[in-house]
Design a protein. Structure first.
Lengths: 339, 373
């Protein structure tokens, strides 16, 4: 009896590790492939840019993946939260600039103004997400077709309202003085704001992991992703948890939008839809419901986008669709998804 | 002899035989014929270009929506790349004629071959990648792909001229300069010829879709939509049928795209490739008309096309009402906003559409009358 179990364990383990090793080696190795065409210092610049972009996309994708994993809702309106966050952050920075805090401020003033912009857009995201879930999403649980249709409609409406407030044109976002310019590390030029973006992204990833893995709320949410009925049977109000997760997801997307606006120094109403595509690709790559999966997926997408955008600009989005297709072929449920 | 034959047939075959025998004498057929006749007479009787424009677009979009209905309503596959196939058709005409100088007949044939070939190949690849996995993956993957196609068309300026769009002229009797005089209220010119070409091809394609869903293959598709496991248990290779439906409907969509480009003589990403407004409009047409009804496509396309033609007038109204308030102008003039609100309301409160709701009411009446007997 015992020998049987051990042999079974052994086969499972060895099969697991051999396959895993090959996948890991392949997936790490492939990121050095661009070095054939790109010289090392440019490669490093692109890598930092890619990771920073990945971090910001992760902010949008993490909410999407949790909402899908927990509530089985595909929220195409997620891109609208992103765009709203960007526009709110833009307005806050403009207001603070009138006080002289942004383009001419000291380091602490700059930091405060960025944090303030992030905070306000976070709050706007909370409000939008809360009402969106209560008014619209709640009525379409369990019906994918209706969800996709309704959230597409909601995306249009929210973007149109945004255009009514801010106008349909591109706007230039002010970058606080302390985040302008770049560091020079051994001839590798690293934009200051990219470092800040990576810092924020990693901080939020760590915070999410801590909440999900170490707190009771996190256990309930993870349990809900696995099996909502059991969570409900244990006496928890799954609907308020749904609202909470949706709200947090919307707030994170809004936060990501603000960061994205400062990162790209430019915003436009269609930015939400465009980044929604990245977020969807990341969620599919990472596996529905997995925060770690979408973290890895986001970095992959950010890196691939930047390398290919440098080499063949037109195919930058295409390469991500290619990555998605390859990963779906190898693992139909995504990197970290459950079969 | 006929009696002996029918006895050996299965009930379904009997029904089909009966339908085939009475097909051309039923009132429904005469009504369809009359409807086509009205479409043919419209430009001769009403001398307004705007009316002809709207009717031509309604015919084209009826075909697009019907082919989308085949996919979503009859097979249960939720693709968001249907607009992309439409765009492939439109761009293949536009680019081939634009980049080769003077228009020739063989350009049109080449465009049809390229468009249908490309969409068949692409839809095969898409189905290969995503029909085996979760149904919702299909929606997400096709959305990503459609967005990619749109972005490619916007950024590849050398080929597509981006948002400026590609203008081109058509060969022979479809050329704008071709004209032979007047008949009734209409000039017999290239426009009118294009209108009739669209009418003929749209009717053929629509009848083709109708025949397809009523064929034995169409019945299998419906059974897959309603209960996939049961169809598998009955011995049907469901994947094969789903692939067939996807390929067929995307080929028709690209054909409709060719017609659309020929009508406008102009293509740009927003009008033929975008998710919003193009794909959203197709979806809304389908839902308003009624999913899984095919004839709903006509009503849905007509409803939305008429709204889309007149809603932008709101812009002028806004400027007239609030000459100095940009905010108020935008509030009145952003017709896409009202379009989105309409979309949400329809999905919430009118999910069966006109034809679906009408059929429900008729079915209920029949139930009531049979019970009272």
């Amino acid at each position: 009896m015992t020998t049987e179990t051990t042999s079974l364990e052994l086969t499972v383990k060895s099969g697991f590790s051999a396959k895993n090793l090959a996948i890991w080696l392949g997936s790490v190795g492939i990121w050095f492939l661009p070095l054939i065409w790109i010289d090392p210092s440019t490669y490093m610049v692109l890598t930092v840019a890619g990771v920073a972009m990945g971090m910001l996309l992760f902010l949008a994708a993490s909410g999407l993946t949790l909402i899908f994993g927990l509530m089985d809702v595909l929220n195409l309106a997620h891109g609208a939260f992103f765009a709203w966050g960007a526009y709110v952050g833009f307005s806050i920075l403009n207001r603070l600039n009138a006080l002289g805090w942004v383009e001419t401020g000291t380091f602490s003033q700059c930091l405060v103004s960025v944090l303030l912009a992030l905070l306000v857009s976070l709050l706007v995201g909370v409000v939008l997400g809360f009402f969106m879930e209560r008014i619209i999403i709640r009525n379409v649980y369990g019906d994918h077709l209706k969800q996709i249709l309704i959230t597409m409609g909601a995306l249009t409406v929210m973007v149109e309202i945004l255009i009514i407030f801010w106008g349909p044109n591109d706007e230039v976002v002010l970058v606080p003085a302390a985040f302008q310019g770049s560091y020079d590390v051994f001839d590798v030029i690293i934009n200051k704001f990219r470092v800040f973006a990576i810092f924020i992204g990693v901080a939020i990833f760590v915070a999410m992991q801590l909440v999900l893995k170490r707190t009771k709320l996190g256990i309930i949410v993870r349990g809900g992703v696995e099996n909502p009925d059991i969570v409900r049977a244990m006496g928890y109000n799954i609907h308020s948890i749904f609202t909470g997760v949706f709200t947090v997801g919307a707030a994170l997307a809004a936060l990501g939008g603000t960061m994205w606006g400062i990162f790209k120094e430019q915003i436009y109403p269609g930015m939400g839809q465009e980044n929604l595509i990245f977020a969807l690709i990341i969620v599919i790559i990472g596996g529905f419901g997995s925060v770690t999966g979408s973290f890895l997926g986001a970095i992959m997408v950010g890196l691939a986008f930047n390398y290919v955008a440098f080499l063949l600009p037109k195919l930058a989005l295409g390469v991500n669709i290619l990555i998605m297709a390859i990963i779906l072929l190898i693992r139909p449920a995504g990197l970290m998804g459950q079969e | 002899m006929g009696n002996k034959m029918t006895q050996e047939l299965t009930p379904v075959q009997q029904e089909r035989l009966q339908e085939q025998q009475t097909r051309y004498t039923q009132p429904a057929f005469l009504m369809q014929l009359g409807f086509v006749g009205i479409l043919a007479l419209t430009p001769l009787v009403i001398p307004s270009f705007r009316v002809m424009d709207v009717v031509a677009k309604i015919m084209i979009f009826t075909v697009v929506v019907a082919s989308y209905d085949l996919l979503l309503g009859y097979t249960g596959i939720f693709s968001l790349a249907h607009g992309m196939f439409f765009g492939i058709g439109a761009y293949s005409v536009g680019l081939i004629i634009h980049h080769s100088g003077a228009p020739h007949w063989y350009h049109l044939i080449l465009a049809i071959l390229v468009a249908v070939g490309l969409s068949v190949a692409l839809s095969l690849v898409i189905t290969f990648f995503s029909l085996r996995v979760k149904a919702i993956f299909f929606a997400m993957m096709t959305l990503a792909l459609a967005e990619f196609a749109d972005i490619l068309a916007v950024t590849w300026y050398d080929l597509t001229l981006a948002e400026d769009g590609v203008s081109f002229s058509l060969p022979g009797i479809f050329n704008v300069n071709w004209s032979v005089g007047k008949f009734l209220a209409a000039d017999i010119n290239g426009r009118l010829m294009t209108y009739y070409l669209i009418l003929i091809i749209a009717v053929l394609l629509f009848v083709g879709i109708l025949r397809f869903v009523r064929s034995p293959v169409g019945r299998v598709l419906k059974s897959i939509r309603d209960n996939e496991q049961r169809s598998v248990a009955l011995g049907f290779k469901t994947l094969r049928y789903q692939v067939l439906s996807t390929v067929f409907s995307s080929a028709i969509a690209s054909f409709a795209g060719i017609l659309f480009a020929m009508w406008l003589r102009f293509v740009n990403p927003t009008s033929v490739l975008s998710i919003n407004p193009l794909m959203l409009s197709i979806l809304l047409m389908l839902i308003i008309g009624g999913m899984g009804t095919l004839y709903g496509a006509i009503i849905g396309a007509a409803f939305i096309m008429i709204i889309e033609t007149w809603l932008p007038e709101l812009q002028k109204l806004g400027v007239a009402l609030f000459p100095n308030l940009e905010f108020a102008q935008r509030l009145v003039g952003r017709w896409e906003l009202y379009f989105g609100i309409l979309f949400i309301l329809v999905v919430f409160f009118f999910p069966k559409g006109f034809v679906g709701t009408a059929r429900n009411i008729i079915a209920q009446r029949k139930m009531v009358s049979s019970e009272s007997k």
